[in-house]
Design a protein around this ligand. Structure first.
Ligand code: HEC
Length: 209
């Protein structure tokens, strides 16, 4: 029985190693494939265009909004091209939906589940994950207080450097809700006492030692 198993392993293992080594040695191999860029010409398709028309009768996933600023966080393009060949964007300077207490509470919930694990419940980069990360740890989000809301939205959409995209976990509304909550966290750590509403100010003054 054991002999048979050994024989089986010795026959099958080399095949598997040959097939899997590319994957094992380079887990990103699948991502480094030839690709086309949007709006560029292409030799691959007969019509010479890289972009394809959606199949007849299909509806784009985010069609409902009909507002690219909502789904991309980008208000417009500057017309300039970055060194990496991508167009330089102007990000939405305001959250393009009403910021209500309900939106903030959705944002808080989704932030705590999706982002706080890494960026810390206060957004200051203080988390167990951050302490354990040997490469670039998740930064404090308070460093991004001057970045446009559309930029934070875009980071959630596409990820950034080592950080993955969270578009699959969060709907478009939830992504903006998270952006709103990140803004609230940023304000919460830097607000002058004079800017607090009277009851919050009174409470703070009572807590003073
Ligand atoms: C698994 C850990 C992890 C999670 C979860 C995570 N991030 Fe990050 N985030 C990172 C790391 C690591 C970086 C730094 C990446 C780099 O510089 O390569 C980063 C960077 C960022 C940046 C800075 C981008 C820049 O321009 O430097 C923002 C903003 C950000 N994250 C927001 C979020 C938001 C919002 C969420 C939740 C939707 C989130 N992150 C979830 C790990 C995480």
């Amino acid at each position: 029985m054991i002999r048979r198993l050994v024989l089986w392993i010795s026959l099958v293992a080399p095949l598997c190693v040959a097939a899997c080594s590319e994957q094992l040695l380079n887990p990103m191999a699948d991502h480094r494939q030839p690709r086309e860029r949007a709006y560029r010409p292409s030799d691959f398709y007969a019509d010479g265009l890289a972009m394809r028309a959606p199949p007849a009768g299909t509806v784009p996933h985010e069609r409902r909004t009909m507002a690219p600023i909502l789904t991309t966080g980008i208000a417009s393009y500057t017309g300039q091209i970055a060194p990496n060949g991508e167009r330089i964007a102007r990000y939405a300077s305001k959250i393009p939906m009403p910021v209500t207490p309900e939106l903030l509470s959705v944002g808080r919930k989704r932030y705590d589940i999706t982002c706080g694990t890494c960026h810390g419940p206060l957004g200051d980069g203080n988390s167990i994950v951050a302490r354990q990360m040997s490469l670039r740890p998740p930064p404090s989000l308070h460093l991004y207080a001057s970045r446009a809301p559309g930029y934070i939205f875009q980071v959630i959409n596409h990820g950034f450097g080592l950080m993955a995209s969270y578009a699959a976990e969060l709907s478009v509304e939830e992504r903006w809700a998270v952006v709103a909550y990140v803004r609230a966290l940023q304000v919460s750590q830097n607000v002058p006492v004079g800017a607090l509403p009277p009851d919050a100010r009174r409470q703070l003054e009572q807590e003073k030692p």
